[in-house]
Design a protein around this ligand. Structure first.
Ligand SMILES: [Zn+2]
Ligand SMILES: [Zn+2]
Length: 340
């Protein structure tokens, strides 16, 4: 079967490998759709090295084989299998840092989501990581469960009191999902800063009250103008660009919060720390998601609260994977979904 493997920095190959065989408790899933995530691009570029070099974690598909003893699943079930699953028992899990659980990153789809078939380990299956997709949900929609879950976790961690004015820096897939969630969450004005005019247009269509291009407008000034000179209550950095973080810090009001969702380039540093204290600004990061959020993400997509369909700008066949990378890096794309 065909799979995409990362074999060193920038070296992505489509390989023919043998189909994994499920051990007891595992599932074998035929991939039907797998979103290409910014973190996949970062892994390919070699700037994000903290995670295992496995590509493709926004995968959905159909169960092709059920390992002995995998309860509750049948061949033919349409599923979302979460790639990382915590233990829900250790100190990290009990104290709310489930995505920092030592078990969390030990488990992943084998050999990865960009494969004709992949094995879901028994750990993920037995810890509730596999969700059945509702009949009405397309595979393409299902491929947004994982990224949307990450956004839900981020907003939970940040806390968004009703009426909060929010700036989102970066209108890629994560920024646009956050934008839609914030509307549902009861935020006040949601402003978006983004350099791609194409993505700015998408932000306006998906409900942003203001969509500004930092190449043309002083974003901080614009945010102040829209918030009675105060600044935003919350700014969320949904981009890896180092400029994005300083833009966010400068655009929040005194006592405001800055959320970090996009992963900055390795080695990025932060200046102006004293300003954080004198202006009492909190930095809150959020990384990945758990089953608590994947279940909510599935519901929000199936209820139509979040429009994911219109965010898909390109569908690329697995055998043309390098094209998917190229498209995802373009300013005129939002979400690239890989199909078998
Ligand atoms: Zn992702
Ligand atoms: Zn744990």
């Amino acid at each position: 079967m065909r799979t995409v493997l990362l074999e060193g920095r920038g070296k992505v190959f489509i390989r023919d490998v043998s189909t994994p065989s499920p051990e007891p408790g595992d599932l074998l899933v035929e991939m039907r759709a797998c979103g290409l995530c910014g973190s996949d691009l970062e892994k390919i570029q070699g700037v994000y090295t903290a995670a295992p070099p496995i590509l493709g974690h926004e995968a959905v598909g159909v169960i092709a084989e059920v390992g002995q003893g995998a309860e509750g699943f049948e061949v033919g079930d349409r599923v979302f299998p979460h790639h990382h699953v915590p233990c829900y028992e250790c100190v990290y899990c009990r104290r709310g840092s489930q995505t920092m659980c030592p078990e969390y990153r030990r488990w992943h789809l084998d050999p990865g989501g960009f494969s004709e078939c992949f094995r879901v380990p028994r750990w993920n299956v037995s810890h509730g990581g596999v969700l059945i997709l509702p009949e009405t949900m397309s595979f393409q929609e299902g491929s947004f469960i994982e990224p949307l879950a990450c956004c839900i976790r981020a907003l939970d961690r940040l806390g968004v009191p009703e009426g909060s004015d929010v700036l989102i820096v970066g209108a890629g897939p994560m920024g646009l999902l956050l934008l839609q969630l914030l509307g549902h969450w009861g935020a006040g004005q949601v402003m978006v800063s983004e350099v791609s005019p194409y993505r700015l247009e998408a932000a306006t269509r998906l409900g942003a009250q203001a969509a500004v291009n930092p190449l043309e407008v002083d974003v901080t000034q614009e945010v102040r103008r829209l918030t009675d000179r105060r600044g935003a209550d919350l700014a969320i950095v949904a981009s890896g660009s180092p400029k994005a973080l300083s833009q966010a810090i400068h655009s929040v009001r005194r006592g405001g919060k800055v959320g970090l969702v996009g992963i900055p380039d390795e080695g990025s540093s932060l200046s102006g720390v004293s300003d954080l204290v004198t202006r009492e600004i909190s930095l809150i990061s959020s990384n990945a998601a758990t089953e608590m959020e994947t279940r909510r993400a599935l519901e929000l997509i199936s209820e139509g609260v979040v429009d994911v369909q219109s965010m898909v700008t390109h569908r690329v066949h697995l055998k043309e994977f390098p094209k998917a990378i190229e498209l995802a890096r373009k300013a005129e794309s939002i979400k690239v979904v890989v199909v078998p």
